[in-house]
Design a protein around this ligand. Sequence first.
Ligand SMILES: [Zn+2]
Length: 491
Amino acid sequence: MTGAAGPLVIDGAAIATVDALGTEHPEGHAVVVDGRIASLGPGPAPPVDGARTVDGTGCLLTPGLVNTHHHLYQWATRGYALDSTLFEWLTELYPIWARVTQDVVGQAAAAGLAWLARSGCTTTTDHHYLFPRGAGDLLGSTVDAAGRIGLRFHPTRGSMDLGRSQGGLPPDSVVEGLDEILAASQDAVQRFHDPAPGAMVRVALAPCSPFSVSTELLRQSAALARTLGVRLHTHLAETLDEEEYCRDKHGCTPVEYLDKLGWLGDDVWLAHAVHLAQAEIGRLGATGTGVAHCPSSNARLGAGTAPARAMLDAGVPVGLGVDGAASQEAGRLVDELRQALYSARSRVDGRDSASASGPAGSKALSAREALAMATIGGACCLGRDDEIGSLEPGKLADLALWRLDGLGHAGIADPVAALVFGSAPPLELLTVGGRVIVERDELRTADEAALTADLRRASKAVRPHSPPPPTSPVPPTSPVPQITPVPQIKE
Ligand SMILES: [Zn+2]
């Protein structure tokens, strides 16, 4: 595990610590002992007995990136519904997802995790909410995959209990019963959650979204999570369709709905949070509720652009997420830094009341703020900011060393600008708890060719017998089913 690697010294690199003061060193060192940062600072490293030394000349050392939202099983279902909205995309994908098995999920997860590692990610969450009957130990297969690739892993026991017959979006074949979900959630925490310092696996509970789970499941999941001492996660305020659904069914916005259920708090992080009123942004900030900002996914599905600037100004902990690979086929976390920057700077139209009080346009987000979202912001969302997300003595040695002296970046004097504004740089080294996961852009913990072959098999196993039709728009003869409001649930 984390302590298996011997001492490691990185010398001669530029360093962006992303600590509270934004400390940076044009040329410095880091020393790793027993999986943690033993020392870090400007100038050359002190002598360390028995250490392996990596020459960081021409490189930038940052905290490993933290991915706050993903659905790893979707790595096997990429390339479908390419021009669809969220609800159209889900409607096409649910029947395909209903075919997943333990093998498919394990193979997809290993491939997705390997690809994340190759993009500088050292900690990732996974929102797994799909449990077709008889499909095997799906959550266990993702935990096993994370162990094989070597990333720090925050899987969630997700859930859906609101099938189409009950007014939800998913077909009844992919939802579970309330009692079944609660029992499985408790089991997942007992099997996999490690509250100890330095943990490689921590579990959260994650009902899927307001349009696929019942009010009672949200309420009881929150109570169970708080009894068990684990965090809560869900999708929220992703699209205007979702807002319309909540207004029809619950008479309020998605944020107001969660607030009524006691779901806002510093033990909760929400995926997306695109459509928010200013007062709702303030409420997220006041309650310490985190947000997994997924700019590429939001753009891919045409969902809108999250008010990242306004959320940061309101004190909302904001992390970055690649989101499920089926709605964001690239799945590279380092790319989200630039996408976050571009998205924030794109919100300049007159309808953006949320950020009207703050800087807009080219000043809406800086390179350093994007890097902070991808590191310490994500760590805050996962409740791990005391251990990961910045480079400080005593913290876990989850490190990314980016090579910036090649054709793509040479000549850019500011290394953080080179990382965020430039193309994704080669990854010289990636460590998790001091263990080398990637070196010189090669995965060192598993065979990429074997992972690729497995991924090909997994994708084939779930593909419909007839190839998917050419991309949407959905033909008028088979419209997306309309969601029919169900009777108001008494609060
Ligand atoms: Zn998602």
